[in-house]
Design a protein around this ligand. Structure first.
Ligand code: GLU
Length: 450
């Protein structure tokens, strides 16, 4: 419950102009965890007021990404279906004198900004549209100009107690009055977001630090619409190892790509929940464990460093500890029927789940053995215990080979490993051997593909 006993309700509000990438995952996850932690609700809101860039395909893609990550939502809304409600807010603000039409072109605004800068002044909009006469307005309209609409900020200090940053103060006088409606009528995100947060009774707005300035304007919008503002929490943003923002690599770091590359949703979530915080990065095996960690005060104020190799490392660690039950269905769907013994044998040797395929081929498929000393391998073949093999077979066999050939250590094991698996490293042969047929092992030792 929030302070005033309202049920906690948060929202993740992506614009369907692209897929979700690592940067957005943290926002989605923090909201989701906060909702679960407080027995509240998590809403998916699609900010699709930009009709040109928003597509239905991205809506599906985003939903797919969230579902795959395990971030289920309890309710859903689309801004493009709520224009009626935004218009009501526009009327109210206009009547109160807080929304005003402006006719400057982008070029004129740019020129103003440059002049201000040249005079050493901050490039804040001078509100000249507020003093426009009726004749001027008519003249612009006759010229075919259409207005954009700005929200008149109250020039005062806006303060809030941020869930992450603590007491936050922003001087509204340091900003231009923000544009709410574009020339031609399209809504920018700022006003619809506030109307939605009011109508859907959002209790906490959790989003990236890049929205701090918006928050000051939005708090004034809540007031102007006679609503109380929700609580706000602005989390730190991700930067790459080079310290640069990740925006240029969004495509390669989309959830869809990470998924294609075989990363596990739980590893991604564990990574997203812990980087940039004082929580230890660990291969948490369940969302419950990750939810238990959730604490805004543990988030650092400095940007969080995203290193893809750390995520991959965590993914491998997660798989190394994963129970058979977590992967069973996916293995069986891919015809890997070695069950729990196979999983126990190979899980420590994979980075992504699809790596099991190569080991399944070793156990059940056909490979070309690597033989450097055929005599040695032929000798070893003659000493193979009777099949079927069991957990004792490997040590019985290698003891016999050692006794007969005098080979030991690496000289004993490496030729056998290469003959049986065609690789120099891999799972313990003691565990693989019982899953292989005697005929296959025998053939490989004799240098035949089997
Ligand atoms: N659509 C906005 C964004 O993606 C939402 C910001 C917010 O959470 O209010 O940045």
């Amino acid at each position: 419950m929030s302070g005033d006993n309202k049920k906690v309700r948060v929202r993740f509000a992506p614009s369907p102009t692209g897929r979700i990438h690592v940067g957005n995952i943290r926002t989605a996850l923090f909201n989701w965890l906060f909702a679960r932690h407080n027995d509240g609700e998590f809403m998916l809101r699609l900010d699709d007021t930009d009709a040109e860039r928003s597509t239905e395909a991205f809506v599906h893609g985003i939903k797919d990404d969230l579902s795959w990550l395990g971030l289920s939502w309890d309710l859903e809304a689309k801004q493009s279906e709520r224009y009626f409600d935004y218009e009501k807010a526009v009327r109210k603000l206009t009547e109160a004198g807080r929304l005003y039409p402006c006719y400057e072109t982008p070029e004129e605004l740019d020129l103003k900004r440059r002049r201000q800068l040249a005079r050493g002044r901050p490039p804040v909009y001078d509100r000249s549209a507020l003093h426009m006469s009726d004749e001027e307005r008519t003249k612009y309209e006759e010229e075919g100009r259409r207005p954009h609409w700005r929200f008149k900020l109250n020039h005062e200090l806006v303060t809030w107690n941020d869930l992450v940053r603590g007491e936050t103060k922003i001087d509204a006088a340091s900003f231009s009055d923000p544009v709410m409606i574009r020339q031609g009528g399209g809504y920018l995100y700022t006003l619809p977001s506030v109307v939605d947060d009011i109508d859907f009774e959002i209790t906490h707005v959790i989003r990236g630090e890049d929205h701090v300035a918006n928050t000051a304007a939005q708090i004034q919008l809540f007031e102007a619409l006679d609503a109380s503002a929700p609580m706000f929490g602005h989390h730190n943003l991700l930067v790459g190892v080079d310290g640069e923002a990740l925006s240029k690599r969004k495509g390669s770091l989309s959830v869809a790509t990470l998924r294609e590359e075989g990363l596990e949703p739980l590893a991604i979530n564990a990574h997203a929940a812990t980087i940039g915080s004082s929580h230890p990065v660990a291969p948490y095996q369940a969302m419950k464990e990750i939810a238990g960690l959730f604490d805004f005060t543990k988030l650092s104020r400095a940007p969080a460093r995203f290193d893809e190799s750390e995520l991959r490392h965590l993914n491998a660690k997660y798989l190394h500890e994963a129970d058979f039950a977590t992967v069973r269905e996916r293995l069986e769907k891919n015809g890997i029927t070695g069950g729990e013994p196979f999983w126990q044998a190979v899980r420590g040797n994979i980075d992504v789940l699809s790596d099991v395929e190569q080991w399944w081929r070793v156990v059940d498929g056909k490979i070309k053995p690597v033989i450097e000393d055929q005599d040695f391998c032929t000798k070893a073949q003659s000493l193979l215990p009777d099949g079927p093999f069991d957990e004792q077979s490997w040590s019985l066999w290698t003891s016999a080979v050692k006794e007969q050939t005098g080979a030991k250590g690496r000289a004993l094991f490496m030729p056998l490993r290469k003959a049986l698996t065609a690789k120099e490293h891999g799972p313990e042969l003691k565990m693989l051997l019982p899953m292989m047929s005697r005929g296959k092992v025998s053939n490989r030792l004799l240098g035949r593909a089997a």
